[in-house]
Design a protein around this ligand. Structure first.
Ligand SMILES: Cc1cc2nc3c(=O)[nH]c(=O)nc-3n(C[C@H](O)[C@H](O)[C@H](O)COP(=O)(O)OP(=O)(O)OC[C@H]3O[C@@H](n4cnc5c(N)ncnc54)[C@H](O)[C@@H]3O)c2cc1C
Length: 381
């Protein structure tokens, strides 16, 4: 069977892209093997929320997200130079919130709701080869299809990327992220609170009522031990890390640990093949950028295929992939550089870097135009 577009990957970017391509009348094969529930949450900034609504991915419904109105940053390090405490308010951006915090599983449910027809194949792709009519794709369970265009949404270890000769550079960190849902005795409503420690931030993201989503970045052995320990030990550690500001902590879920790495891919579109989401970029979850960037990839993928009639040729697919690559370059470099710089400055023991960070937070606190620029930058504008 031949398709216009084969989308490979059933995570958030793959589901969004396959759905939006099918809604545009293209004949889509979507390779989406079943996977365990994703317990992560995503803070998505207002431009991303706007895209999800205007594209229909959220059907105008943001009710299941929690608004993020304020961001409080507390330097909890014992360093020589410490940054001042800072509170940033979305009112300064002229919007009621910086964005919304969503459970990834809720987003996946919303993205999957479409009446557009596509073929969903619950199987892992084992081989992708360039052939005359585009691409020949085979699955581990022996199914085979061809497609004029292929979209790799198959995550950090992307087979699409590695089989089709997209260069990539991966750096592994000694840090991991621990996520869990926690209920505190009291919370600061709609405020994301970040404690910056020597080995990474400890962030409490509001999730409605007294519930928060914890994202704790630290040395791998520290978070792995916290996840393995008893519930009581875990809860006491959370109270200590949050300086007892919010009272008793109760873990509502078990803790999940994600090793951190940085992945950069210089070219993300060529020969009728394109990469979106973590197949194209990955970095530590600070500044809430990963999925925001992934959904901007999907937005540009949609504009690249919007210009194509269903049944488009291999040549048209090639041109669309090159256009997509050109459109993504600036955003990918800018966002990747921003997160990498921020992550390294947070972990740096070098007094010069600590001074820069301290001056940076102080400048953001006191200089309004700079703060507004930083807000726009962080939101992906
Ligand atoms: C702790 C943590 C917190 C985060 N918080 C935020 C946040 O607040 N805001 C934000 O914007 N981002 C955040 N992110 C980043 C965000 O979670 C990711 O960018 C996003 O989930 C990536 O989605 P994806 O669809 O690109 O990849 P994935 O979710 O990895 O999906 C890839 C899919 O491809 C499938 N696949 C793989 N190989 C094959 C194959 N050969 N054949 C078929 N299918 C295949 C896999 O089964 C998987 O389902 C966070 C990340 C972490 C680790």
């Amino acid at each position: 069977m031949h398709y216009d577009i084969a989308v490979i990957g059933g995570g958030l970017t793959g589901v969004a892209a396959a759905r939006l391509a099918a809604e545009r009348g293209h004949k889509v094969a979507h390779f989406a093997p079943k996977f365990a529930k994703d317990y992560r949450t995503s803070a998505l900034m207002m431009p991303t929320v706007d895209f999800m609504k205007s594209s229909g991915l959220l059907a105008g419904d943001v009710a299941f997200g929690t608004p993020l109105q304020k961001i409080r940053i507390i330097d909890a390090t014992n360093r020589l130079l410490r940054a001042p405490e800072a509170l940033f308010d979305s009112a300064e951006t002229g919007r009621a919130a910086f964005g919304y915090n969503y459970a990834n599983s809720d987003l996946l449910g919303a993205f999957s709701k479409t009446s557009a027809k596509k073929r969903s194949i619950n199987a892992v792709v084992s081989s992708i080869k360039r052939v005359g009519e585009g691409y020949a794709i085979e699955t581990e369970d022996g199914r085979a299809v061809s497609a004029t265009m292929v979209l790799g949404a198959d995550g950090k270890k992307s087979r699409v990327r590695d089989s089709l000769g997209f260069l990539s550079h991966m750096t592994e960190f000694g840090q991991s992220a621990l996520v869990a849902d926690i209920e505190f005795e009291r919370v600061e409503p709609e405020t994301s609170v970040e404690f910056h420690y020597e080995d990474g931030p400890f962030t409490l993201v509001p999730a409605g009522d007294r519930k928060i989503n914890l994202v704790w970045l630290d040395k791998h052995e520290i978070v792995a031990a916290a996840a393995r320990g008893s519930q009581n030990e875990f809860e006491r550690a959370l109270e200590e890390k949050s300086h007892h500001l919010f009272g008793h902590a109760k873990a509502l879920t078990k803790a999940f640990v994600f090793p951190l790495s940085n992945l950069s891919v210089p070219c993300v579109g060529k020969n009728g093949a394109m990469l979106v989401g973590e197949a194209a970029h990955a970095f530590p979850p600070i500044g809430a950028q990963g999925l925001n960037l992934g959904l901007r990839d999907v937005e540009n993928f949609v504009s690249a295929i919007d210009e194509l009639e269903p049944g488009f040729s291999v040549e048209m697919a090639e041109k669309a992939s090159i256009r997509y690559d050109q459109q993504r370059q600036h955003d990918l470099r800018r966002t990747g550089g921003f997160v990498d710089g921020l992550f390294r400055s947070l972990l740096s023991d070098f007094v010069g870097a600590q001074g820069l960070r301290q001056t940076g937070v102080w400048a953001l606190k006191t200089i309004s135009p700079l703060r507004k620029f930083a807000f726009q930058f962080g939101m992906g504008n």
